[in-house]
Design a protein around this ligand. Structure first.
Ligand SMILES: Nc1ncnc2c1ncn2[C@@H]1O[C@H](COP(=O)(O)OP(=O)(O)O)[C@@H](O)[C@H]1O
Ligand SMILES: [Mg+2]
Length: 286
């Protein structure tokens, strides 16, 4: 790099660096329509200024998000070395962008590994632990990140809630099943709302999707094990049965309401569940 910089004429160095770094601070993404429009304008301006290959130059400038710097960099572009300098700046800026992408991706991978570790942390002691329900929901949402990012808007309304004694891993299965059903119901396109509230002695978690809704005719059956309206391979029909069983184990309850475009499953969990370390052992012995 030092050698490279020496080869850049002194008067262009500041603008060269500006070009390399311009995508750093913009943060905005152009739609293809906006881009076409900008490109047309830029190309015209460049042509008026007598810059060669105006169209290609516009493309590079737009890739570098340097369109707003045109006035400052015109002298650089008009330099006999201009296209060389521009290409160099472009390569460096690409390098920088890729490095940032790698950084974001590794951050996300680390988060994902953490979520998986949290999720699979299996507690066979049968003893309840003090945990925050929101942490579990966040873990599940992280695991679903890839399915969500394409077309689902996630709205989180989290109230401040106390930690509760619970089987945290099993609660995660509730959130997994409800979120999975919600996403399937809207074919991974739409809005997912997660409300966490405190109502009297309960924590309520509501998962709402903008999907097709549940036909009133099948409503009485949805909690039955093996009841499914999905194709083989897509559903086992066990999800809501599991949700129901785990909720009962926590002395809670499940409520459903559904109209086309708005289906909500609400889980009520009592706040004052005791640690009750022996209940599970007794159950196992029975
Ligand atoms: N959010 C939802 N929107 C629409 N239908 C749902 C939703 N959640 C559950 N259902 C219905 O309840 C049925 C049973 O759900 P579930 O027990 O999770 O089994 P599965 O998802 O394997 O079919 C589903 O097949 C579907 O018809
Ligand atoms: Mg399911």
């Amino acid at each position: 790099l030092p050698e490279l910089f020496r080869s850049i004429p002194l008067e262009h160095q500041a603008n060269f660096m500006g070009l390399v770094n311009s995508s750093e601070d913009s943060g905005s993404v152009l739609t293809s329509k906006e881009r076409r429009k900008l490109k047309r304008r830029l190309t015209e301006e460049l042509e008026t200024e007598g810059v060669e290959d105006a169209e290609d130059v516009s493309d590079l400038l737009l890739d570098m998000e340097a369109q707003d710097r045109l006035n400052a960099i015109l002298p650089l572009l008009k330099d006999p070395q201009g296209s060389e300098l521009l290409n160099l700046a472009y390569q460096l800026s690409t390098l920088q962008k890729s490095t940032n992408t790698i950084k974001t991706a590794t951050d996300r991978a680390a988060k994902m590994v953490f979520a998986l570790k949290t999720y699979s942390h299996h507690d066979h002691t049968g003893i309840k632990e003090l945990a925050n329900v929101i942490d579990g929901i966040e873990t599940v949402l992280t695991l679903y990140y890839n399915k969500l990012k394409q077309g689902v808007e996630v709205i989180k309304n989290y109230a401040k809630i106390p930690d509760v004694y619970c089987y945290a891993d099993e609660l995660n299965q509730i959130w997994t099943n409800l979120i999975h059903n919600a996403l399937q119901a809207m074919n991974y396109q739409g809005t997912l709302i997660v409300d966490v509230e405190r109502r009297a002695r309960y924590i309520t978690v509501s998962i709402t999707d903008s999907g097709s809704g549940i036909d009133p005719e099948i409503m009485p059956k949805i909690f039955e094990p093996f009841f499914t309206t999905k194709r083989a391979g897509e559903g086992s029909g066990l999800g809501l049965d599991i949700v129901n069983k785990i909720t009962k184990k926590h002395k809670g309850k499940v409520e459903v309401s559904s109209v086309p475009g708005k289906t909500t499953f609400s889980i009520y969990l009592p706040i004052d569940l005791d640690p009750d370390p022996y209940a599970e052992t007794h159950n196992n012995l029975r």
